[in-house]
Ligand binder design. Sequence first.
Ligand code: MN
Ligand code: MN
Length: 465
Amino acid sequence: MSKKTEQELLKEELFYTPESAYFVCDDKEIAKAEKFCEGYIGFLNACRTEREINAYVKELASSKGYREFDPKGKYKSGDKVFYDVHGKALILTTFGKKSVAAGTKIVAAHIDSPRLDLKPNPLYEDEQLGYFKTHYYGGIKKYQWPTVPLALHGVIYKKDGSCVTVRVGDDEGDPKFVITDLLPHLDREDRSMKKVIAGEELNILIGSRPFGKEKGDKLVKLNLMKLLNEKYGIVEADFLSAELEAVPAYPAVDVGFDRSLIGSYGHDDRVCAYPSVMAEFDVKKPEFTTVTVITDKEETGSDGNTGLQSAYLKQFIGDLAALAGVPCRDVLRASECLSADVNAGFDPTFASAFEKNNSAYLNKGIVVTKYTGSGGKGGTNDANAEFVSKIRTIFDKSKTVWQTGELGKVDGGGGGTVAKYIANLGVNVVDVGVPVLSMHAPFEIVAKNDVYMAWKGFKAFLESK
Ligand code: MN
Ligand code: MN
């Protein structure tokens, strides 16, 4: 190799130039990333909704020695507990060597993803075709959802209080469902993107066969209701006390000839939730008590008693504080948090939406997002420089590949995460997550190296001294 010039050496010393993990890591590390992502793909395919993730992680945690948290229990360093939040959010904790009075290390990711929820009275028939009415959940580009095969997941609580679990469309041999679209031949009307399909047009086609041989009214609906009654024991009114979610009915897969990418529904934010949970599992005897949160409702603004605007995290930390005999506020003041959520990856096809010097790039590692929001940093946690500095050091020391990034160019739009709600409790917070292409689409893209770096970075943070 030729000797570096004085200019090159000085640039190396003075310039900030994040590099692809492929140039920074050796082959062994890249192989580890691939291996880690096999587990991630398995997780994506095993659970498609926040309830399913909650149940899956709870079971896995139990098998790894986590016990249900008892606010009156006695815990020592290294003990592991879980705290269930209405079956849709979950907290995992490993007790630290230090008292919680010294603060906790929080990693918070979300496990809800954009989707189509069935309305409370969803079933209807139109021109002898059977449909479900939906109300979309989270920020979607509606035109992306027609002609995508859909699966249905959720729960139905019957009048007698018993619960049936629904999971149809993802398993071998299952039927699937679909929203239809207008054929191009008849689509001459010039519609703006937002009007290509309206919310009330997101109707899921679920059947076409009437009940019986005599002609009559609503016989397709009747046949569908009869099938649902046979399969789930439900009557139409039971939909009123159900939560049924339509999600894309295809598995997560490798993307690209080099298999360096993963395509899936729901990377946002399972691509941070999975590494958070795995990092939490891998922490043995941390210095500080860990609080790994996988929350619900982020995509609709974190409201509701399973979202992070509710009191559940504060109350849990309050319980930890009470066990240690210290005020909750002292624990919160001393606590630190990574808000583990995705950011937009720079997409060369849509380069004008981004500002190149402050964008996150695929394969350049996890992205530290100092602030999100919109309109002059409105509605965001803007992380303190002192805290970002601390996180930088933790990532560098642990050889976590990382970069920085904003959510698009100034005034290009905006968004938010749970960071501000945790910061509002007095905790030091910064957003850290995986860059994603086609965020919120039914098929999102991430780079395997970045998923692995999320695990590495979260683990280093949870174990930090
Ligand atoms: Mn997110
Ligand atoms: Mn999102």
